[in-house]
Design a protein around this ligand. Structure first.
Ligand code: ZN
Length: 99
């Protein structure tokens, strides 16, 4: 039995949203009225809790809008500064999904 934490309800809302759609950190922060940084914190917990249900958190990674470089191997959830390939800073924002 796990204790009921504050934030449990927000986590469940995020899980529900990600099960039905692909969303960016901004989409999630607006949907549940918390900051993007808080969303990132919740995503770490969500990833562990849904794994027990046989689900996984899928990240559609950041992508360079200039040359198409995909930030596949980056640390999760953090926004890249510049493209290592062409040094452009215009990125297609990462999106998240639960499957
Ligand atoms: Zn690039």
């Amino acid at each position: 039995m796990e204790p009921i934490e504050s934030g449990q309800t927000i986590r469940q809302q995020i899980i529900d949203l990600l099960c039905s759609d692909e969303l960016t950190l901004r989409d999630l922060s607006q949907a549940v009225s918390i900051t993007e940084k808080e969303v990132i914190g919740h995503l770490g917990h969500i990833e562990r809790s849904i794994r027990r249900q046989g689900k996984k958190l899928v990240e559609i990674p950041y992508k360079c809008l200039s040359c198409g470089f995909v930030f596949d191997k980056r640390s999760r959830f953090s926004k890249p500064g510049r493209c290592p390939s062409c040094k452009n800073s215009h990125m297609q924002t990462a999106r998240f999904h639960i499957e």
